[in-house]
Design a protein around this ligand. Structure first.
Ligand SMILES: Nc1ncnc2c1ncn2[C@@H]1O[C@H](COP(=O)(O)OP(=O)(O)OP(=O)(O)O)[C@@H](O)[C@H]1O
Length: 255
C-alpha cells in the first residue's frame, strides 16, 4: 500500500464537502477519482497532497503518517504533483525549468548540484534534463525556447517534466489534461501510459474525460456530494446502478 487515507473530512466554513472519505492505493496502480462537478474531488486532492489539512482522519504514505505534513515536505518524500494551472518559470527556457527541479531534488537529498557560481549545470544534471524533455516530446531545437511562450498543451507537458525531475514515486495529477486539444490529450495519455510501463510509477488522478479514465485507470472511486458511492475496477464501477443514477443526464463523456 503506497497511499492510505481514512475518514477524511473537510469543510469550507459551514459547508462540509468531504464526509469521511477513505481510499487505498497500491504500488504502481493508476487510481482515478471521478464524480460530478462540485463532488469534492479537488478538495480531496488538496488534502492528499497537503495543500489543505483534513479536520479528521489520516493520510498515510507507505505507512508514514503525513496528515499534518504540509505539501512541500510531502514532495521531499516522494510525492510528485502537477497542478491544474501549470506552475513553471516563464522567464527562463525549457531546459532551465527542468534543471532547477533536478537541482532542487539533489539539494534536498543532500547531494551537491554543483557550484552555483558556474551558472552551467553539471553534465549529468543536463543529461537527465535532456532525457526528460525528450521523453515528453520536446526536441533539442526547443530546449532554449522561453517557457512563457508555450502553448497550453506544451505548458502542461513541461509541467510533467518538472514533476518527473523530482523523481516521485507517486504522481498526483489533478485534471492533467484540462484545456488540452483532443490530439494533445491522446498524446499525453500515451506518454503517461508509457511512463507507467517503464517506471512502475503510481498515479492518482482526477479527470473529467471518461475515455481517458477508462483507458488509464486500474481502479476508480466515485465521489458524490463528498461521499464515496463506488470504488473498484472500471467495468464494475461503470455498471454500478448508483453511479449510473448520479451520472444520468450528464453522460459519461463529461462527468
Ligand atoms: N475555497 C473554497 N471556499 C468555499 N467553498 C469551496 C472552495 N473550494 C471549493 N468549494 C466548494 O466545495 C465543494 C467541492 O468543491 P471541489 O472543487 O472540491 O469539487 P470538484 O469535484 O473538484 O468539482 P469540479 O469537478 O467542478 O472541479 C463545492 O460545493 C465547491 O463550491
Amino acid at each position: 500500500m503506497i497511499l492510505d487515507a481514512q475518514g477524511i473530512e473537510m469543510s469550507y466554513g459551514a459547508l462540509k464537502v468531504l464526509h469521511g472519505v477513505s481510499l487505498q492505493v497500491s504500488e504502481s496502480e493508476t487510481f482515478a477519482i471521478i464524480g460530478p462537478n462540485g463532488a469534492g474531488k479537488s478538495t480531496l486532492f488538496k488534502v492528499l497532497t497537503g495543500e489543505r489539512m483534513t479536520s479528521a482522519g489520516t493520510v498515510r504514505y507507505r505507512g508514514e503518517d503525513l496528515t499534518k505534513l504540509p505539501a512541500f515536505r510531502r514532495a521531499r518524500i516522494g510525492f510528485g504533483r502537477t497542478f491544474q494551472v501549470a506552475r513553471i518559470f516563464g522567464e527562463v527556457d525549457l531546459m532551465t525549468n527542468v534543471v532547477i527541479s533536478i537541482e532542487a531534488r539533489l539539494r534536498y537529498s543532500g547531494q551537491s548540484p554543483g557550484a552555483w557560481w558556474r551558472w552551467t549545470p553539471a553534465a549529468d544534471v543536463r543529461l537527465e534534463a535532456e532525457e526528460i524533455l525528450e521523453r515528453f516530446g520536446f526536441p533539442r531545437s526547443r530546449w532554449s525556447d522561453d517557457a512563457q511562450y508555450l502553448s497550453h498543451g506544451d505548458r502542461k507537458r513541461l509541467e510533467f517534466c518538472i514533476a518527473l525531475a523530482t523523481r516521485p514515486d507517486i504522481l498526483m495529477l489533478d485534471e492533467p489534461m484540462a484545456g488540452m486539444s483532443p490530439s494533445d490529450r491522446k498524446e499525453m495519455t500515451k506518454l503517461l501510459m508509457r511512463l507507467k510501463a517503464e517506471t512502475g510509477i503510481t498515479i492518482v488522478m482526477t479527470e473529467h474525460d471518461m475515455d481517458i479514465i477508462f483507458e488509464m485507470a486500474d481502479r476508480l472511486m466515485v465521489l458524490s456530494y463528498g461521499e464515496v458511492i463506488a470504488i473498484g475496477d472500471p467495468e464494475k464501477v461503470r455498471d454500478d446502478p448508483t453511479v449510473r443514477k448520479v451520472y444520468l443526464g450528464q453522460g459519461y463523456q463529461h462527468a
